[in-house]
Structures are given as structure tokens and as C-alpha cells.
Design a protein around this ligand. Structure first.
Ligand code: GDG
Length: 736
């Protein structure tokens, strides 16, 4: 069985020390249920904080031993470090920022340092426990640096990361001083998962804008590997909620929980009253204050419901050490007091407010007994309470009112969806829920239940792990053409044994890396030396084949013993000879099209127009990546009709769009260069889309090599531009 390690800030277990004796009680939260569904296929271990920071090393060891039977590995931290990491950076920086509460975000260097330290600490624990090639699934915002830390030390691991909270839009994310480190940290993973497509979109946008990486649908192409990004909406343990709810409903009255008996009594006294339920951690993101204000507004706007409705509000204490949570607690206490004071009568209290946590069975009683679920988060990654409420409605009687800002709203379209800041809308939804006919309850509930039953937390976990597995086969597909030691050996021996060799080398992105401006990519000394030594071998003919103009290449390679093919195959220059035009071309069209391209340059900051003898090239490497891509599509679209009847082509390169005479391409130029000559070794190396013409048109026995791990007609790949020179060097050396 393959190993999987699950890493989260908190282990799913409660540890207590009673007179030196350790007691461990696993907590059966949603995540633990989801994970248990993959235990059948993997040998699993869970690494995380056990909920206490024991400093005595003997007791630590004892706790470690007690947890071992559950396959849990505790991470202990010094109290101060934990404070800065957990209450500090995680909950005073990331949490408010990702939930769009920018006014609460703290930017403290020492808490960031603690965050880094704790992530590194976790990395050590993972590395110590991970078998070769193990799967590692990292959870949530506390551990965003962990994927990169693991990747650096253990490239053999398959790493997945799932974020349980929203990923904010780029405009908000960019506020963070450590945004680049966080993005790079996450990109250490093979698979990154979010609850919704919106969060995925925001993340990809931040990746593109901050780091400039290329994105192909939901795949980030890094220099040497790629990262898959996808949406996996987390589900719940549906059967557990539905079955427990069913069991409770069939229970004899005397066996029911205390709270259920109280509710039963209440309904006996006020049979036409309805209960509205809300359950959340007391957190500013959950929109508790605005819910109360909207409830107040509802009672004002629809006075007919006075004495007919009660809001049952459960707020579970959370992060009580953080100032904003303390302030919010006072605010909520005050609001509840204010509303109850304003409307209460001898027979009616508008709000029953519980500031505490309840056992699971009580939770089910609340879900089944209350008529309306009212969940109004300002921002919420998913909101599982909404799903649990629906799953527990086994009689399909009940209405859910849900904020559009919760990830769950994306899947629960049958709920009454509201904007949590719009009291009018909330009040109207409450009215609608109060008077909704029961057939409609049933209709809405059953569609939501069907979906929740299908996409349970078990399915969610299996899907994510399957996503991780798929990255392996994807990698294999990509890397199958990668030049490994055996292939390299074969190429080198063919080179060695050949007497007449031809080498086609693309320039930008192959021999040199990309620069912000094209003229900055001059050949360096090391490159010239390498090319010279290759060209000096009398068995070799070296060809630089590029989309660049002939003036530039002539300047850079003046007097060199190589053939130059420029302008995508318009011109060729043999050593010591003059330039020759390979194809007969015309350039009168340039006058007509230039103004339209200049218009694009004016409207797209950072883009430039390059004029070549027989083509016009619009470069957008320095443009904001999203704008650049959008404009490129626009430009292609517009020019498609402009160039009709002109015998022209639009050529798309790496961050450049070129308009040129049709029929001219590097492939034709390469074939023309070969002519009737017989070579016993031909190699062509290129990174660009325009090099695909060479790969396609050149004779089949050519060793064609694509730079980068993308789809290609070439026979082989190397991972990045950095691999090209070492390969050429090896060729040169093997030539004797
Ligand atoms: C984060 C994201 C995302 C609550 N009170 C009691 C109690 N609960 C249980 C509920 C539910 C869970 O806690 C709360 O989950 P939520 O999803 O609603 O919210 P967060 O805690 O903020 O969770 C959130 C989630 O991660 C998963 O990815 O959905 O967006 O913020 O399961 O039942 N359980 C018991 N007593 C209580 O009083 N027993």
C-alpha cells in the first residue's frame, strides 16, 4: 500500500492529561470522515498540532506514544512561537485578508518569521516520516509555505494542497507584503484545490500577475514542471447527518435530549410559531451582527410575524485571544439584548442566544426542529452548516436562506440566496420562507439533498487524492519524451559516429533566456565560446534559425562561421557569403497595417512594435499578463479579417504576434537549407510555437528537441532553456 500523509494545523483528536495519564479521544469532524474514506487504499498518517503545547519532553513522548495507535504524529511548539504563528500570522494576517477584512490585517514581521519557522518545522516532521514517493496532502491557510519547502528537499513526494477558506481577488491579495513567498510556497504542490472555481480563478490570476508564469487552462507551467489547480467543493458526511436525524425523530419522547424536550414543549405552547436557526463560530466573517440587524428590520417590516418567530442563534466561542473576536462578542451581546428588549413580550423572546458549543446530538436536534436555516456570512470558504442543515431535514420540511458570499451558495441554488449586506433582501427572504408552501420545501430540499448525498465528504477526499494520482500520469506523459540518461547516451553516440552533421538552433528561449526587451538578449561570452567550438568541428554545420531580423543577428554574430536564418525563414546567410532571400516576398502591405498595430501599442502599456524587412511584430512580454493575453486574442481576431486577400499569415510566438508573408516559416527554410545534401546527424532545438514548423517539416530521422514541457511535434523534450547549453556542451565534447 502506498503511503499518504495528511498534514493540518490541528490533529483530529482531543488530548487530556489526567494525573499524568494521557487520554486521547478522536474528534469526528468532517475532515476526519473524509480522510477515513481513503484509508482503505493507502497507509495513512496524520501530522498536526495536538491542541496543547506541552513543554515537558517526557510527557511529549508519552502523548506521542498514545497518539501512535491512531497513526497521529503530534507537532509540539513553544508557546510563544505558537502564539505568533497561530493567533498572529495565521489569524491576524491571512484569515482577515483572505476574507476581505483588510482593516483587521496586521503586517508584523515577527509573526511572519514565526509562520515561516513553523512551516519549516512541519516540513521536518513530514520529511522524517514520508516514505519514498509518498502522497502528502497539506491542509489550509496555516501551512501555505509547506509545499515548496517539501518540494525542495523531497522532489519524490506527490504533494497536494487544499485551501479551506476563500482565496481573495488579486487586488486584495496583492496587499500582502509576503505575497510572492506565499504564491511560490503553494506552487511547490503538484495539485492545489479550492472550494470553488472563483477562488481558483483568483489564485491563477495572482500567479499570472505576480509571478508571470504561463497558465494553460488550469495548469501553471513553471520552468521545470507544472501545477494543476482545480475546484473540489467539500461535502459532508451525509449519511451520518441523515441517519442520526432519522433516529432522533423516531425516539421515544422520554429518551430525547434536554434541548429537544424544551423545543417540544415550546411547540406545544405555540404551535404556529416558527424557529429560525443559525449556527457558526463567533467570527466576524460569519456576518452575525448583520444577521441580527436584518432580523430586527424584518420584525419591523413584517410586524405580523411578531410572536410568531424566534431566532435560535448558536455562536460557538472561537479565537477568544484575538481582540476583534472579543469586540465582536460584546457587539453581538449588545445587539441581542437590544432586540430582545425592543420586542419581547411575556410570552415571547425573539432571540434565544447560546454562546457555547453543543454536543453533536443536540446539533442534530436543532437542525431537525428548526424550520428555517439563516446563514449570512460576509465571506465563507464553503459553510458546512448549510449542508448539514439540509442533510438533517429527513422530512424535507424546512427552508434554507444562504448568503451568496458562502462557497456553498454555488452548489445550493435552490436555497433563498441573499446578499448579507442587504437587510431588505434578508427580511424579504425570511418573509418568503415563513409563508412558503410545503410542496416547495420538498422540491427544493430534495434537489439539494440528492446533490449532497452524491458529493459527500468521502467523495470529495477520494476525488482530491485521485487528482493527485492523475498528476503522476500527466507527468509521465509529459516526461516520456524527456531526455533521460539513456536517450542522452544514444544521442551522444549518434553524434560521435557521424561524419556530416547539421545543427539547427533557435535563439530566444533556446540559447538565451527571455529578456524584458528583445534587444537585451545579446549572446554572452559563454554562449559564443560554446557555439564557436561546435562550429570549429569540421564535421559540423551550425545554423542559428530565428524569427529575429537579419540586422540584429548580423551584428551579434558578425564574422562567425555559422549559417544565419532570420525573419522566420525569409533570409539566409552562409559564412563569408552575402544575405540571400529564401522566398520572394513583398512588403507593401506594411504601410497599410502599421497604423492598426500602432493603435494596439498605444492602448496596451508595455507593448512594442518591431519592424522587420518583411514582417511586423507586436511584442507584449512586458504587458500586464492578463491584459496582454486579452489584447493578443483581440488583435488576432481583428487582423484575421484585415489580412484576408493579402497573402499574409499571423504567427503567434512566445509573447509576440507577428504578421508576415504566408508560406514563409522556419520549417520551409530548414528544408531548403538541407536541400540535396546528405547529413548523417541532424538535430533541431527550439522552444517556440514557430519551431513546430521545423519539427513537422524536417526529415523524420532528425533529432528534434522541444524546450519546455508542453505539447509538441518534436521527438524529445528538455525541461527548460537552462538544459540546452549543457546538452550542446556534451555534444561538443563527445565529438572528440
Ligand atoms: C472552515 C471555513 C469551510 C459548529 N458549532 C458546533 C459544531 N459546529 C460544526 C458544524 C460544522 C463546523 O463546525 C463548522 O464548519 P463551517 O464550514 O460552517 O465553518 P468553519 O469552522 O469556519 O470552517 C469554512 C470549512 O472550513 C471546511 O472547509 O466550509 O468556510 O471557514 O461542521 O457542524 N459542532 C458541534 N457543536 C457545535 O456547537 N458538535
Amino acid at each position: 500500500m502506498k503511503q499518504i500523509l495528511i498534514i493540518s494545523n490541528r490533529l483530529p483528536v482531543n488530548v487530556t492529561i489526567n494525573e499524568g495519564e494521557i487520554e486521547t479521544v478522536p474528534s469526528v469532524g468532517g475532515l476526519a470522515t473524509g480522510m477515513s474514506s481513503i484509508y482503505k487504499y493507502y497507509s495513512a498518517k496524520w501530522i498536526g498540532w495536538p491542541g496543547l503545547n506541552e513543554s515537558d519532553s517526557k510527557i511529549r513522548t508519552k502523548i506521542g506514544k498514545a497518539l501512535k495507535k491512531h497513526e497521529y504524529i503530534p507537532v509540539f511548539m513553544q508557546e510563544e512561537l505558537f502564539e505568533d504563528f497561530y493567533y498572529g500570522f495565521s489569524n491576524k494576517t491571512i484569515w482577515p485578508l483572505y476574507h476581505y477584512f483588510t482593516q483587521y490585517v496586521e503586517y508584523k514581521k515577527h509573526t511572519w518569521e514565526a509562520y515561516k519557522k513553523v512551516n519549516a518545522f512541519y516540513a521536518d516532521q513530514v520529511i522524517e516520516n514520508a516514505e519514498e514517493g509518498a502522497y502528502v496532502w497539506v491542509h489550509d491557510y496555516h501551512l501555505q509555505l509547506l509545499p515548496k519547502m517539501l518540494r525542495e528537499k523531497r522532489p519524490d513526494l506527490i504533494i497536494g494542497f487544499f485551501l479551506h477558506i476563500p482565496f481573495p481577488s488579486y487586488e486584495v491579495f496583492r496587499i500582502l507584503p509576503w505575497r510572492d513567498e506565499i504564491i511560490e510556497g503553494l506552487l511547490g504542490a503538484d495539485l492545489i484545490g479550492f472550494h470553488t472555481y472563483d477562488y481558483e480563478r483568483h489564485f491563477l490570476s495572482a500567479v499570472r500577475r505576480l509571478r508571470g508564469y504561463d497558465i494553460d487552462f488550469n495548469q501553471v507551467n513553471l520552468d521545470d514542471r507544472f501545477v494543476k489547480v482545480d475546484a473540489f467543493p467539500m461535502g459532508i458526511d451525509y449519511e451520518k447527518f441523515a441517519n442520526t436525524a432519522m433516529k432522533h425523530q423516531q425516539m421515544a419522547v422520554k429518551d430525547r435530549s434536554k434541548i429537544q424536550q424544551e423545543i417540544d414543549k415550546h411547540y406545544l405552547m405555540a404551535p404556529d410559531q416558527k424557529l429560525v436557526l443559525s449556527i457558526d463560530r463567533l467570527d466576524y466573517s460569519k456576518g452575525i451582527a448583520n444577521r441580527l440587524e436584518a432580523f430586527d428590520y424584518f420584525l419591523d417590516k413584517y410586524p405580523e410575524f411578531k410572536e410568531k418567530v424566534t431566532l435560535v442563534m448558536v455562536a460557538t466561542p472561537s479565537r477568544t485571544a484575538v481582540a476583534q473576536y472579543q469586540q465582536m462578542k460584546s457587539e453581538v451581546d449588545e445587539l441581542v439584548g437590544h432586540i430582545n428588549g425592543k420586542y419581547a413580550s411575556i410570552n415571547w423572546t425573539p432571540i434565544w442566544y447560546f454562546y457555547r458549543s453543543f454536543p453533536f446530538d443536540t446539533l442534530i436536534d436543532l437542525y431537525t426542529s428548526c424550520d428555517i436555516g439563516l446563514l449570512t456570512p460576509i465571506r465563507d470558504g464553503m459553510n458546512l452548516v448549510a449542508k448539514e442543515f439540509v442533510a438533517s431535514k429527513v422530512d424535507q420540511k424546512g427552508v434554507l436562506i444562504l448568503s451568496e458570499m458562502a462557497g456553498a451558495a454555488k452548489e445550493m441554488g435552490e436555497a433563498l440566496i441573499i446578499n448579507p449586506n442587504n437587510y431588505e433582501e434578508i427580511a424579504d427572504a425570511l418573509n418568503e420562507a415563513m409563508i412558503m408552501p410545503e410542496e416547495e420545501h420538498k422540491e427544493k430540499m430534495s434537489s439539494m439533498q440528492n446533490r449532497l448525498q452524491r458529493y459527500s465528504v468521502e467523495k470529495w477526499a477520494r476525488d482530491f487524492v485521485e487528482g493527485m494520482e492523475n498528476t503522476i500520469s500527466l507527468k509521465e506523459k509529459h516526461y516520456s519524451k524527456n531526455i533521460n540518461t539513456a536517450i542522452e547516451k544514444d544521442i551522444l553516440s549518434k553524434y560521435k559516429n557521424a561524419n556530416k552533421r547539421l545543427l539547427f538552433l533557435d535563439y530566444d528561449g533556446t540559447l538565451v533566456g527571455f529578456q524584458k526587451r528583445p534587444e537585451m538578449a545579446k549572446p554572452d561570452k559563454e554562449l559564443l565560446k560554446l557555439l564557436d567550438s561546435l562550429a570549429e568541428d569540421p564535421k559540423n554545420e551550425l545554423v542559428i534559425i530565428s524569427g529575429r531580423d537579419r540586422e540584429t543577428l548580423e551584428k551579434w554574430f558578425k564574422g562567425k562561421p555559422y549559417t544565419l536564418i532570420t525573419d522566420h525563414g525569409v533570409w539566409r546567410k552562409e559564412p563569408k557569403e552575402d544575405w540571400q532571400m529564401i522566398e520572394t516576398l513583398h512588403a507593401d502591405w506594411k504601410e497599410q497595417l502599421r497604423p492598426a498595430l500602432e493603435f494596439y501599442v498605444d492602448r496596451t502599456p508595455g507593448s512594442i512594435l518591431e519592424e522587420k524587412s518583411f514582417s511586423l511584430a507586436w511584442h507584449y512580454r512586458k504587458v500586464d499578463p492578463e491584459l496582454g493575453n486579452m489584447r493578443a486574442i483581440e488583435l488576432k481576431d481583428e487582423f484575421m479579417s484585415l489580412i484576408a486577400n493579402h497573402n499574409l499569415d499571423i504567427l503567434e510566438g512566445n509573447k509576440v504576434i507577428e504578421i508576415k508573408n504566408s508560406g514563409v516559416n522556419k520549417g520551409r527554410a530548414a528544408v531548403a537549407k538541407i536541400g540535396n545534401n546528405k547529413y548523417d546527424f541532424t538535430v533541431a532545438i527550439g522552444d517556440d510555437w514557430t519551431d513546430e514548423y521545423i519539427f513537422e517539416e524536417i526529415p523524420d530521422d532528425t533529432i528534434t528537441i522541444k524546450v519546455g514541457i508542453v505539447k509538441t511535434a518534436a521527438r524529445f523534450n528538455v525541461e527548460s532553456q537552462k538544459d540546452v547549453r549543457p546538452l550542446l556542451k556534451k555534444l561538443m565534447e563527445s565529438g572528440g
